[in-house]
Write a protein that binds this ligand. Structure first.
Ligand code: GAR
Length: 207
């Protein structure tokens, strides 16, 4: 059974999708054992507690720089013996120390179809604002492995959603979450726990 640790910063609806998938048996061979928040007020912490999952707060504002913050998060993940680390709405940038400690063992859900609308500055509602500004008719979500490059690691799963007339960033965010993120994140976690994701030449193959 793989030990899954989830990193969160906010509302935690993606964490909830993982908890629901675990409870329904969709995630085989894996168990969420720890939720770590960068923000003490993250509602995601309540979701974890309601489901009997251990929580920790490692508050970004208590650390002077990215390096010492990354060290603290990495140490905590090593301490809980995480086999898989999931960034589920984790809004804090970490440096290469964590990638070295968990190579191809960390995945992130991004609310757009990478390589569009990703990288520095593209997070949360900003992504959907940029999508609407551009006029594209399709957007979606991506789950990818975390590497040193922001939103640049091997893509595991993607799913598209339509951009519709009259969309606001909030409406589009909700559609992308419901139709894409809450589906592909549990699927990717499940595939990982079953040992079905292979990385070859910076690309993945689902076996
Ligand atoms: C989600 O849309 C997630 O994809 C996005 O923030 C939201 C968090 O919602 N993450 C990023 O933008 C990371 N680059 P949640 O806290 O309800 O899961």
């Amino acid at each position: 059974m793989m030990n899954i640790a989830v990193l969160v910063s906010g509302g935690g609806t993606n964490l909830q999708a993982l908890i629901d998938a675990q409870n329904s048996g969709e995630i085989k061979n894996g168990k969420i054992t720890c939720v770590i928040a960068s923000n003490p007020d993250a509602y995601a912490l309540e979701r974890a507690k309601k489901n009997g999952i251990a929580t920790r707060v490692i508050a970004r504002k208590e650390y002077a720089d990215v390096h010492t913050y990354t060290r603290a998060v990495t140490d905590a993940l090593v301490e809980v013996n995480a086999d898989l680390v999931v960034y589920a709405g984790f809004m804090t940038i970490l440096d290469e120390q964590i990638v070295e400690a968990f190579p191809h063992k960390m995945m992130n859900v991004h609310p757009a179809l990478i390589p569009s609308f990703c990288g520095k500055g593209f997070y949360g509602l900003h992504v959907h604002e940029a999508v609407l500004e551009s006029g594209v008719k399709l957007t979606g979500a991506t789950v990818h492995f975390v590497t040193e490059e922001c939103d640049g690691g091997p893509i595991i799963l993607q799913k598209a959603a339509a951009v519709e007339n009259g969309d606001t960033p909030e409406i589009l965010q909700k559609r992308v979450m419901e139709q894409c993120e809450w589906k592909i994140l549990p699927q990717a976690v499940s595939l990982f726990c079953e040992g079905r994701i292979k990385v070859i030449d910076n690309k993945t193959e689902i076996i």
